[in-house]
Design a binder for this molecule. Structure first.
Ligand code: SF4
Length: 441
């Protein structure tokens, strides 16, 4: 009898590098400084309950992250961190701890405000991830397409580049309504590789709060409808996976490929984080680095600095990096494409080569038996009341004092549990997908 292995969709986990991060050794530290915001983003996981957090709490959380995460940088999030009145003091405190402060912002408070940008840099700001997407209610830009929003992304990228020495990347939540515009965003980023460090695509997740599930905290049933920040998601909108985003980029840009991943905590086939590191010059992309280079970078960074490194502000690559061609066939291809360009135009030899990342993040899902499939080694875990909790589900702690556990109701289970098909990576029938929470990294 012949046995056939089940087909596995690309990218296959065995072909890419599984990031070595863990709970206590992770380059990411996620700090929330406020739950207020000045714009509406569809899918935001944070309810406005308390306002700006006091400085003492913020300092405590920074020191907690430094102690327990061994992090390289602190992502300052919220809410909108730039409206916190002590944002400069927060940046200085993080810098003085020897950590890199990275601001996750909608950018509204920075818009055409070079003086504020310079103040942020002087206070130690390492860089920004600007969250801009077509489902935001952004004054002056509401109803614009992703392609039109590239004009706004360009403004921010040029502002940051004009001050210099800071990292800038752009986050975009992906819905069925804008997934077709991903290639336009990638093209914009590639065209501006000299001033854009990276892109982050976050598949929109939400909770289909269903009567088939009971939501409990400590054994007590709670109402999930209307009380959880992720409880009102439109079921038709929450259908996308990281592989869907990967596929569409690969289809349009053969130079793109994934190199690193994080899986799920429950579903063996899930890919929750999928990262690519492209390389190119202004006007020409050469390819994406391979898993051997990624492993060398991660292990080498940890060996040299005692912690993993996730972000580098100057993304101009020394040509010496091509030495990785010795052990990385993907790098050999990049090397080959570079020299081919040089033969066509010798001036290219003296132009810089840049790296540019593309991260894809897929939020948590619920399996058919009610387990939450989170990102393995969650990079965006944060501090709540002296413990580390997933930032995407922190509102459960703020409202209920613990995670809310969905469970298949007894009568449904006794009926065979057929009503809740698991969201399977290999079964992409949209009608059968069930998603738990939230997103917004
Ligand atoms: S906070 Fe949630 S979505 Fe973000 S990395 Fe962690 S588990 Fe994934």
């Amino acid at each position: 009898m012949t046995t056939f292995a089940p087909p596995v969709e690309k990218p296959r986990k065995r072909d890419i590098y599984r990031l070595p991060w863990s709970m206590n050794d992770n380059p990411f530290g996620w700090l929330e400084v406020t739950d207020r915001c000045n714009v509406y983003c569809k899918g935001c996981y944070r309810q406005q309950l308390t306002g700006h957090y006091p400085m003492e709490q913020i300092k405590h959380d920074i020191l907690f992250l430094k102690e327990w995460r061994n992090c390289d940088h602190i992502s300052i999030a919220g809410g909108e961190p730039l409206i916190h009145p002590q944002i400069l003091e927060i940046l200085e405190f993080i810098r003085d701890q020897g950590l890199k402060p990275l601001i996750l912002t909608n950018g509204i408070r920075l818009h055409q405000n070079m003086e504020f940008l310079r103040e942020l840099k002087a206070a130690g700001c390492f860089g920004f991830t600007f969250h801009i997407d077509s489902a935001q209610r952004r004054p002056g830009w509401f109803g614009k397409s992703e392609l039109e929003l590239c004009e706004l992304r360009q403004q921010y990228a040029e502002m940051v580049a004009s001050v210099g020495g800071m990292y800038s990347s752009f986050g975009c939540t992906i819905y069925p309504s804008n997934i077709g515009e991903i290639p336009a965003i990638v093209k914009w980023a590639n065209d501006n590789i000299d001033i854009v460090n990276g892109l982050v695509f976050i598949t929109y997740s939400g909770s289909v709060v269903t009567e088939d599930l009971a939501y409990t905290v400590g054994g007590e049933e709670v109402s999930a409808q209307g009380e959880l920040s992720y409880g009102d998601a439109d079921a038709d909108e929450i259908t996308l996976t990281s592989r869907d985003v990967y596929d569409i980029i690969r289809k349009h840009y053969p130079h793109y490929d994934a190199v690193m991943y994080l899986g799920g905590t429950q579903v063996h086939s899930a890919i929750k984080w999928l990262i690519s590191m492209q390389m190119g010059q202004k006007g020409k992309m050469f390819g994406s680095v391979g898993p051997k280079s990624a492993e060398a970078f991660m292990a080498g960074g940890h060996f040299l600095f005692g912690r993993y490194i996730a972000y580098m502000a100057p993304h101009r690559m020394p040509k010496l990096a091509m030495v990785a061609s010795l052990f990385d066939p993907h790098m050999r291809k990049i090397h080959f494409n570079f020299w081919r360009e040089v033969l066509k135009n010798p001036r290219k030899l003296f132009e810089p080569i840049y790296s540019q990342s593309i991260g894809i993040v897929q939020g948590p899902d619920i399996t058919e038996d009610g387990r939450a499939d989170m990102c393995d080694s969650c990079p965006d875990i944060t501090v709540w009341d002296g413990k580390l909790v997933h930032s995407c589900r922190m509102d459960e702690w703020r409202i209920y004092g613990n995670y809310v556990t969905p469970q298949v109701k007894k009568e449904i289970a006794e009926a065979g549990g057929e009503l809740l098909p698991e969201r399977r990576e290999e079964d992409t029938d949209e009608d059968e997908r069930i998603y738990l929470p939230v997103m917004g990294d």
